[in-house]
Design a protein around this ligand. Structure first.
Ligand code: PRP
Ligand code: URA
Length: 209
């Protein structure tokens, strides 16, 4: 079973509460999603391997540690996943970015795929899938399926808010993927929205409805 990590740092919790508020406007929403993504990236990179390195300070030799060259890739699910990419890139500036285009059919709640573009060396990279919302889990599962079918290694799924139904669906289908959240909410409503959630993440990020 993949790990479920709730990033409960006070700054993340504070910002997510403002993100949820329906009075938060598009500009603030976008800025806060970006900031939370950056803060969550600290938690996601906690298990990066280190190696020893000796440097020379002005005083003496110092044995320090540096990241042992793990190559990462980010794969946001369009549209809403795009809102978190720049924040993560602030922590992982060398990561390459692929894109998966997918939307949920409003009637059936089934994901509809419309686009995929991946970096050329994607099979060599450890991939983080990025999407603010994990509701039924259909979109995340379909994105992970698409990546695995192409011989890729998606290891982490990063979302702002999830419903228990979505977490369960991903853990059952992809037990090799760890899930990182800022909040685990109560349930889905009849329309497949997360309760209490934040509404439609894409619409709030881009001012559509
Ligand atoms: C939202 C969200 C996820 C999906 C989650 O995207 O960004 O991709 O719904 O729902 P699920 O877990 O039930 O699949 P949406 O379909 O609204 O597309 P958008 O990002 O283009 O607005
Ligand atoms: N997609 C969203 O944007 N919000 C939800 O609550 C569920 C799916």
């Amino acid at each position: 079973m993949g790990r479920l990590v709730i990033c409960d740092h006070p700054l993340i919790q504070h910002k997510v509460t403002i993100i949820r508020d329906k009075e938060t406007n598009t500009k603030q929403f976008r800025e806060l999603v970006d900031e939370v993504a950056m803060l969550m990236a600290y938690e996601l990179t906690r298990d990066m391997p280190l190696e020893e390195i000796t440097v020379h300070t002005p005083v003496s030799e110092a044995v320090g540690r540096r990241i042992a060259g793990r190559t990462m890739g980010l794969v946001p699910i369009l549209r809403a996943g795009l809102g978190m990419v720049d924040g993560v890139l602030q922590i992982l500036p060398s990561a390459k970015v692929g894109h998966i285009g997918m939307y949920r059919d409003h009637e059936t709640l089934q994901p509809v795929e419309y686009y995929i573009s991946l970096p050329t060396d994607v099979e060599e990279r450890e991939l983080i899938i990025i999407d603010p919302m994990l509701a039924t889990g259909g979109s995340a599962n379909a994105a992970i399926d698409m990546l695995k079918k192409r011989g890729c290694r998606p290891t982490k799924l990063m979302c702002l808010i999830a419903a228990p139904e979505g977490v369960k669906a991903v853990q059952e289908r992809h037990p090799d993927v760890d899930i990182y959240l800022a909040a685990l909410d109560e349930k889905l409503n009849e329309q497949g929205y997360i309760v209490p959630g934040l509404g439609d993440a894409g619409d709030r990020l881009y001012g559509t409805n």
